[in-house]
Write a new protein. Structure first.
Length: 417
């Protein structure tokens, strides 16, 4: 007798704790606020000291210039003669009275003082302008140095957005806000990587566990249906069960593909949307002929970087939907590919029933169809457009649907080149 299986053990408790240990003196922590305060306060102090020093030197020079006598006595034998380069009024002042002479000397002194003040002001403004340029350049350099950890965090986040969950910031330096943010971001990436790894493992296990019994059921049903002596009722039941089993297989394949395509594409290769569209048309050609639907359109080269299998699923799902949801007679499907404004574009248009604009968003939800919900249709399992949107997003693109006048839809998939 086989031993009873051991009961499942409880999952381990998470060891990650978002709470950081409190330092004994939090006010001594070199935070960004304290560092910026010290930096800009020190810069302001240094700039003030330099400006005061320059003004002091300029003022000393102005005072030294102003202490020079504005005139000189050039002759004092019989009469006093005065000469001045700055005050022409006192030159040859032989005919001036004493009051006029003193007034001319006062005007000369005022003129010299005003010239000294003007020179001091102009040179101080030039010094201030030079210090402002130096302060802005130094502040820009220091701000870039202080904010460099933020740029590192941004680059890592951009790399993670491209599906490289193995990247970590691992920021070193003082224990400030940037360090705390980087460590928290690294912890979050660690948890996300474990979650995505568990999801991929689950998808792999589920793909095996779900496909195997369905494949066995299909084989058994096909064996019983191949028996020519089987009763008609049993054959009819077997065909019904085989169709139900096939529908279940499609549902499982769609769910697994939807789960896989929700992630970004890590390994990318050049894929031509024209070739992808032609392969999809070839696969749907027989079904289109059976329904009397004409497939037309020009496929121009449009190379993108991505996964060829998933991109082929986009074209196949769109073309299949366009063929299946069409008019009974004289229907057509137009498939075009081209490059527009630096982006690869796949457009699938068709004739068909009139689609209200408010129903467009519902078409991309899983298990949703036009005016119906869940299963109950022989045209699919309701995951086609959901898979298309998921795959397009995984490749950095998007899909948009627009109703056509007279019925039908125009599906436009845009992918970066």
């Amino acid at each position: 007798m086989a031993a009873a299986p051991a009961p499942p053990q409880a999952p381990p408790k998470p060891t990650w704790d978002p709470r950081r240990p409190q330092t004994p003196f939090p006010w001594l922590r070199p935070t960004i606020r304290i560092r910026l305060t010290l930096l800009y306060g020190g810069m302001f102090l240094i700039a003030g000291i330099l400006l005061l020093s320059i003004i002091y030197l300029l003022a000393a020079q102005a005072i030294s210039t102003g202490n020079q006598p504005p005139f000189k006595i050039v002759s004092a034998s019989n009469e006093i003669k005065v000469a001045s380069a700055d005050c022409p009024a006192v030159n040859n002042a032989t005919g001036l009275t004493l009051t006029q002479f003193n007034s001319a000397i006062s005007d000369c002194i005022d003129h010299s003082r005003q010239v000294a003040l003007d020179n001091l002001l102009s040179r101080s403004l030039l010094a201030l302008l030079g210090l402002a340029v130096i302060a802005f350049a130094f502040g820009y350099a220091m701000a870039g140095r202080v904010l460099s950890p933020l740029g590192r965090i941004t680059r890592t986040a951009r790399a993670v957005a491209g599906s490289d969950l193995s990247r970590r910031i691992e920021l070193d330096g003082p224990d400030d806000e940037f360090k705390e943010l980087a460590d928290t971001f690294d912890d979050m990436l660690e948890r996300l990587q474990r979650a995505f790894t568990a999801q991929q493992r689950f998808v792999g296990n589920a793909s095996h566990e779900l496909r195997t019994p369905l494949a066995i059921n299909r084989t058994l049903l096909e064996v019983h249906l191949s028996d020519p002596n089987a009763p008609v009722e049993l054959q009819q039941l077997g065909k019904t069960l085989l169709a139900t089993n096939e529908r279940s297989e499609q549902l499982v394949e769609g769910l697994l593909l939807l789960a896989r395509s929700d992630n970004q594409i890590v390994e990318r290769k050049p894929v031509d949307l024209a070739e992808v569209a032609e392969q999809a048309i070839d696969q749907v050609h027989a079904e289109a002929e059976a329904k009397g639907v004409t497939i037309r359109g020009e496929q121009k080269p449009a190379v993108v970087q991505g996964n060829g299998v998933l991109l082929e699923r986009i074209a196949l799902n769109l073309v299949q939907n366009a063929v299946r949801y069409n008019v009974p007679e004289d229907g057509w499907v137009e498939v075009t590919t081209e490059v527009q404004h630096g982006q690869a574009v796949l457009v699938v248009s068709n004739t068909g029933p009139v689609v209200p604009a408010y129903e467009i968003d519902n078409l991309f939800e899983p298990f949703r169809r036009l005016r119906t919900e869940r299963t109950g249709s022989d045209k699919g399992v309701g995951l086609g457009l959901s898979i298309v949107r998921s795959v397009a997003r995984a490749h950095g693109g998007h899909i948009a649907a627009q109703p056509r006048e007279g019925g039908g839809l125009m599906m436009r998939v845009t992918l970066p080149v």
